[in-house]
Design a protein around this ligand. Structure first.
Ligand SMILES: *[C@@H]1O[C@H](CO)[C@@H](O)[C@H](O)[C@H]1NC(C)=O
Ligand SMILES: *[C@@H]1O[C@H](CO)[C@@H](O)[C@H](O)[C@H]1NC(C)=O
Length: 378
């Protein structure tokens, strides 16, 4: 009697178990992680019985694991295995969590979870697919990105900026000095920045920034050089100095233009003009950096007239030339009775005034102090 009962129960169990095929429940949630981090994909199975759960990387057709056994060459990264499957049973379901560490771009793609059922056709095996997105920080593609653009005025041209990254980065153009773009806006979206009807003002340094929210964004500088005849301006159009006392005079002009102009100095001599040479009498100098007063592309030239004499009081020319033309500015050197400029021998006058006034303050405050002491002690 008992035996029949037990046999009946067993048969019922076997039949029930047979009927309840393994099944993958729940979707495999998509995973999105940056390069270098760890991804986790969950496959939850009911009625697994003694069947085997496989994880397969669809893109490479590689079988990664069978249950919690890793089936491929499993390198160690940062002290842990690249791949691992953690089995988490709960009630009648088991989660097979695939862990992929130190993500690389090629780890991205589709991952299939599959229950291999003994004695059944593979097409009858339950399966589900999850997607892993590996985010990659932006990088500029140097070959397809403008570094230097040389254009003629009135031409139409463009700056290009291309970048890689996952997701595909957004490109933004700005001027690196914070100025306005030729479009009239502070920034412009897109790989291409159009420069229409190029003007000299469009010359300068531009910056493209590629950003896809994976830090850090990538950036690149592009320099725009616009062909332009020289322009010359003076720092002071007349400079004074006293004669015959070994005083020097400094004449200065600021030059701009592309290609970079060459500069020479001339002066009026006997109603004609004579070239000035860098010699015992004159010093030439050129400053391009370390000067906050200069705008980009400007160069600062100085002519030092040493030991000013009577015949040095005349008109000087700062002449700049490049392939687009020549331009000049005029500076007059005139006579004064006193030494002019910062390099004059220091005169006692101003210092004495300072010392005198300091002494006065000292005496006054002492007096005040004495008076207050007097009143206090009374
Ligand atoms: C995967 O399963 C584990 C435990 O069952 C859970 O903690 C984790 O949040 C799950 N992850 C995803 C991406 O579903
Ligand atoms: C690109 O910009 C748009 C609009 O601001 C934004 O919705 C999108 O998320 C950005 N794409 C990336 C990859 O950052």
């Amino acid at each position: 009697m008992y035996k029949w009962l037990i046999a009946g129960v067993l048969v019922t169990i076997i039949v029930t178990v047979r009927c309840q095929d393994p099944e993958i429940v729940d979707e495999i949630w998509p995973e999105v992680k940056p390069v270098g981090r760890t991804a986790r994909l969950n496959c939850t199975v009911v009625n697994k019985q003694n069947n085997v759960v496989l994880w397969i990387h669809v893109n490479t057709s590689q079988t990664i694991s069978k249950d919690d056994t890793i089936d491929l060459d499993n390198e160690i990264v940062g002290g842990l295995r690249k791949y691992e499957v953690k089995i988490r049973p709960s009630e009648n379901r088991i989660t097979f969590m695939l862990i992929v560490r130190r993500l690389r771009e090629q780890n991205a793609g589709y991952y299939k979870c599959l229950v291999r059922i003994q004695g059944r056709e593979p097409k009858e095996w339950p399966s589900k697919v999850g997607i892993l997105t590996v985010q990659v920080q932006p990088a500029i593609r140097p070959g397809e990105t403008t570094t230097v653009l040389i254009v003629d005025q009135n031409d139409n041209s463009q700056l290009l900026c291309k970048a890689t990254g996952i997701p595909h980065p957004n490109i933004t153009w700005v001027r690196s000095d914070g100025g306005w773009l030729p479009t009239g806006a502070a920034q412009s979206r897109g790989e291409v920045l159009q420069l229409k009807n190029v003007t000299v003002k469009m010359g300068g340094v531009y910056r493209c920034v590629a950003d896809n929210n994976i830090r850090p964004p990538a950036q690149h500088l592009a320099q725009v050089l616009v062909f332009d005849a020289p322009t010359v301006r003076v720092v002071q159009d007349s400079v004074g100095q006293a004669q015959n006392r070994r005083f020097h005079a400094k004449l200065e002009c600021i030059v701009q233009g592309y290609p970079s102009p060459s500069v020479r100095w001339e002066r009026v001599v006997n109603n004609g003009r004579a070239q000035i040479n860098d010699d015992d009498k004159f010093d030439f100098n050129k400053q391009t950096t370390d000067n906050q007063n200069l705008m980009s592309g400007e160069q600062w030239y100085t002519l030092k007239v040493k030991n000013v004499q009577a015949n040095d009081y005349t008109t000087y020319f700062c002449i700049a030339t490049n392939s687009k033309g020549t331009n000049m500015a005029t500076i007059t050197l005139f006579e004064t009775t006193e030494c002019q400029g910062p390099n004059c021998p220091s005169l006692p006058s101003s210092d004495t005034v300072y010392i005198k006034s300091s002494l006065l303050v000292l005496v006054a405050s002492s007096l005040l102090h004495i008076t207050s002491l007097y009143f206090f002690h009374r």
